[in-house]
Ligand binder design. Structure first.
Ligand SMILES: [Zn+2]
Length: 246
């Protein structure tokens, strides 16, 4: 076999054969022919899969494609290759695997009240870096949500000076700049604060990580913000990431 053939550049039939070598030794679920392949996945395909999963979740019929079986669990036990990283609120009603109709091994989920990116030593940014750089996910979604208690608390802190006990205060402090920005915007203060808080988290992920920034600048990795609606179950994307106007 020539060097080109080894690299998959050989004649007809070779490319497919060589590409399959990449999957040798991996669980059957990653066999492309098994139609259960979810990775490696471009950020565009990952986003499509997330939004399709959300549509399955909010559907009136049971449209889930999740296989909640011991076999599926064992397939991903050897190695994880999640196709997206989700930074979401810890709110019990915003479970990413459920609202995106995914299952174990599909999403690398980082959760913290208010979906914030706090100082590096707390590990939020490091967890996201791990999901991308070590596990191969090309999409990072920051998922805020309606009626967020953490953002509501930050609004109360800014509006009334309310203080919060213990380490909760550090979460509120991290969200406070978003609320202050949102106060300059027309419309609903809480909804604008949720959006602005997501935007600031996206901005920190894009700019604060020497691991992620080159991958983002090359277009390989995308960080995107979204909001989950507790009532409708729908995830909508924030496509306008411009900072608020003064
Ligand atoms: Zn929340």
């Amino acid at each position: 076999m020539t060097e080109d053939e080894k690299k998959g550049k050989g004649g007809s039939g070779r490319i497919k054969d060589e590409s399959f070598k990449l999957w040798q030794g991996l669980p059957r679920s990653r066999d492309p022919e098994a139609r259960r392949l979810k990775r490696p996945m471009s950020w565009q395909d990952a986003l499509s899969e997330l939004m399709a999963g959300n549509r399955r979740f909010i559907g009136s019929k049971n449209e889930s494609t999740v296989e909640r079986t011991p076999e599926r669990r064992m397939e991903v036990a050897d190695e994880q290759t999640p196709f997206a990283v989700i930074l979401s609120c810890a709110d019990s009603r915003v479970s990413p695997e459920i609202v995106f109709d995914q299952w174990i091994g599909d999403l690398f989920v980082v959760r913290i009240a208010g979906n914030i990116v706090n100082p590096p030593h707390y590990g939020i940014l490091g967890s996201i870096e791990y999901g991308v750089a070590a596990l191969g996910a090309n999409l990072v979604m920051v998922l805020g949500h309606s009626r967020c208690g953490a953002v509501t608390a930050a609004v109360q802190s800014v509006e009334t000076g309310m203080e919060f006990p213990g380490s909760i205060a550090s979460i509120i402090d991290t969200i406070t700049p978003a609320v202050k920005n949102a106060r300059k915007m027309p419309g609903d203060l809480l909804l604008n604060s949720v959006r602005e808080n997501v935007r600031l988290s996206v901005e920190k992920i894009e700019t604060a990580s020497p691991v992620l920034t080159p991958l983002i600048e090359s277009g390989t990795v995308k960080v995107i913000g979204g909001k989950y609606d507790l009532i409708t179950g729908e995830v909508t994307l924030y496509t306008d990431t411009d900072p608020p106007r003064e």
